[in-house]
Design a binder for this molecule. Structure first.
Ligand code: ATP
Ligand code: MG
Length: 650
């Protein structure tokens, strides 16, 4: 889309222009999804460079995923900018630290910690905490939260009490695990990803010469997705800036989806308090999605309960109208996945490239049903954020071989070197036939293609850099495959867009996720995830859910967030039909909280509303049961027959 023929600065609206053309200094773009925030900063960087205000090497742009950083580099190259850095916070810190470390700390170089859970497990053992896999995962995320929030092990108990945070165990014990974890790492000279940021900030804060050299090198900073910055990342950003203010930030507070990990939209929303002379731009026009998708997005976020001031923007769709979003309920997950796969095939047959289609879900475990369903219809896919690629045996073997080679003498053209190293592992010149061998070959080829990509991007890229890039990707679970339908979690989909998007598994317990229940703030974050999902679609959007897991019991309810989104036609027709049949009885069977008509099986069985999370009170439940009994008599079936909406309509 950046191939505008009449120069790089076309294709911007007046507000976007204002941000692009603002003089050097603080700039803040506050705007909703699809309004061109990322496009605007890419153009701003190009503008600053082309007009001679800064050189490409002085620009440091940061974003939150390796994929987003890669896209930003691609877009910059398309605008004729070479040599500007676009990286994740971690990747930027990693480079800086490798460079500064010998002078700042000295001694042996550190290594990146791999297999974090192993170290957490040792620490948990020492601190007397449980070492079951779920416990370890919870402890690991809690430590990540604490570090991202700049909370030390000593401060942990008091901080948790102060903010009323639920700790994954007795606070003193969790603090103990955290303390041991840090001690084990330090002893083995290992750094985890948060340490990269902590040490970078410390190096700049505490070593005047390092700070001076760094600040002389980088003069212009840009942050995308600023609504999800953590205190730790903000600290690094402040260390980079020093007392300067050449900082452009863009973000959408309604897309804050990492507050569980310590992120906060406060720096975004408070930007003008910190920099009163900042240029502030608000964008409203949505260039990504059809008016139908935009309308749904506005409804999703319009229902949010805790929208901070400054985030109440309505999107105005700019594109040609498209199809209405599709809503579908299925018996179980297998049926849901099969239906999605069928629709994917139809879209591909009608001309949508597979790479323009995404299936998005709340948790990575949901990908399996879709992997199966897409394989069944022979549609290629890639799982983003899943552990698959980097867990494959051949990929692990390759990474070990590459690492060993990188440690020896870094010679020859990178792609050729990689190819030669991978040949003994099964990278033949011609693709082999047959399932497993072929899959193995495809992984190895993907590794070579990544080397080609890197060699094209970075002059003189060597094996060392390549291995670092692979490590980063392994950590970000960003596999180097290309064509195919994307399967990704909602978190991993942030900032991206596809022509067709399937949001699947929209049931209570999954979205909102079970552990969010009970905390309004957590439920609201889940709602923002749905907003992020809806706004990924350019044209075709499908929302679906299934009422049963594999065991055939209809024990799930559709997500509370769907209430009020599904076109009302249906529900209204059902209620009036029921009312005609049953006299006034149905009027009593409406949920008192949300007004949904309580006529489906799930409500009567579980005693809970199917439209919202409300429990039904006794009186309502009794009248519902009586209604069912009457209905059973009228239809001459036993009273225990469960009525679905379909039986009612039939
Ligand atoms: P998100 O909040 O999801 O990250 P965003 O605000 O960063 O969204 P972009 O990804 O920059 O939005 O832009 C969304 C889409 O709209 C892109 O395909 C982009 O090329 C297109 N777009 C943005 N601005 C314009 C414009 N002025 N004219 C035409 N297309 C535009
Ligand atoms: Mg963006």
């Amino acid at each position: 889309e950046e191939t505008d023929s009449d120069g790089p600065l076309t294709g911007l609206d007046p507000e976007q222009h204002a941000a692009v053309d603002a003089p050097r200094g603080p700039v803040c773009v506050l705007a909703g999804a699809g309004t061109g925030k990322t496009r605007t900063i890419v153009h701003r960087i190009a503008r600053l460079i082309h007009s001679g205000h800064v050189s490409a090497g002085q620009v440091l742009a940061v974003t939150f995923t390796a994929r987003a950083a890669g896209e930003m580099r691609t877009r910059l190259r398309a605008l004729g900018v070479h040599g500007a850095q676009a990286r994740t916070f971690h990747a930027a810190a990693l480079r800086q630290l490798r460079y500064f470390w010998p002078r700042v700390v000295g001694g042996p170089q550190w290594d990146l910690l791999e297999g974090k859970l192993r170290v957490v497990s040792q620490a948990a053992h020492r601190a007397g905490a449980g070492t079951e896999p779920e416990v370890l995962r919870d402890l690991a995320s809690e430590i990540e939260w604490a570090k991202a929030s700049l909370v030390t092990p000593d401060d942990y108990p008091a901080e948790v009490a102060r903010i009323g945070r639920q700790s994954p165990g007795p606070v003193e014990q969790v603090a103990g695990v955290y303390r041991w974890y840090e001690a084990f790492k330090a002893k083995a000279n290992l750094l985890d990803f948060d340490d990269l940021l902590l040490h970078t900030a410390a190096a700049l804060d505490e070593h005047a010469l390092v700070a001076e050299e760094f600040r002389d090198r980088y003069r212009c900073f840009v942050v995308d997705e600023y609504q999800d910055v953590t205190p730790l990342q903000q600290r690094v950003l402040d260390a980079w800036l020093g007392d300067r203010d050449d900082l452009t930030v863009v973000g959408d507070a309604n897309q804050t989806i990492y507050s569980f990990a310590g992120a906060s939209p406060r720096p975004l929303l408070g930007f003008t308090r910190r920099f009163p002379h900042a240029t502030v731009v608000r964008l409203e026009r949505d260039y990504r999605s059809t008016p139908q998708v935009v309308a749904l997005a506005n409804r999703v976020i319009g229902a949010a309960r805790d929208r901070p001031a400054g985030s109440r923007l309505r999107l105005v769709g700019q594109r040609e109208p498209g199809p209405e979003p599709a809503f579908a309920e299925h018996e179980d997950e297998t049926a849901e996945a099969a239906a999605v796969a069928r629709r994917v095939v139809e879209l591909i047959e009608a001309g949508t490239p597979a790479s323009e289609i995404a299936v998005l879900y709340r948790v990575n475990a949901q990908s399996e049903a879709y992997e199966q369903a897409l394989s069944d219809v022979d549609v290629p896919y890639l799982v983003r954020g899943g552990e698959r690629f980097f867990n494959r045996v051949e990929v692990r073997q390759s990474m070990a071989a590459l690492r060993t080679a990188a440690a020896g003498t870094p010679t020859g053209e990178l792609p050729k070197v990689v190819r030669e190293l991978l040949e003994p592992l099964g990278l033949t010149a011609e693709p082999p036939t047959g399932g497993a061998t072929r899959e193995r070959w495809e992984s190895l080829l993907a590794l070579v293609e990544l080397a080609e990509e890197l060699a094209a991007q970075v002059e003189g890229a060597d094996l060392g850099l390549y291995v670092t890039e692979l490590d980063m990707r392994a950590r970000a679970q960003h596999p180097p495959t290309v064509e195919g339908v994307t399967l990704a979690s909602l978190h991993a989909a942030k900032g991206l867009e596809w022509d067709a998007v399937f949001l699947v598994g929209l049931v209570e317990g999954t979205l909102p996720i079970q552990h969010a229940d009970g905390s309004e703030a957590a439920v609201e974050e889940e709602r923002r995830l749905l907003y992020v999902g809806v706004t990924r679609a350019r044209r075709y959007l499908s929302l679906s859910w299934a009422l049963a897991r594999g065991d055939g019991r209809r024990n799930r309810r559709r997500s509370r967030f769907l209430y009020g989104l599904i076109p009302d036609g249906d529900a209204a027709a059902r209620v009036s039909r029921a009312r005609r049949e049953m006299g006034g009885a149905v009027a009593a069977t409406r949920c008192r909280v949300c007004g949904a008509a309580l006529i489906d099986a799930v409500a009567t069985k579980l005693g809970r509303c199917s439209g919202c999370p409300a429990d039904l009170d006794e009186e309502l439940l009794t009248s519902l049961k009586e209604w069912r009994a009457r209905r059973a008599r009228a239809l001459k079936v036993p009273a225990y027959v469960v009525f679905t909406d379909a039986t009612l309509v039939a």
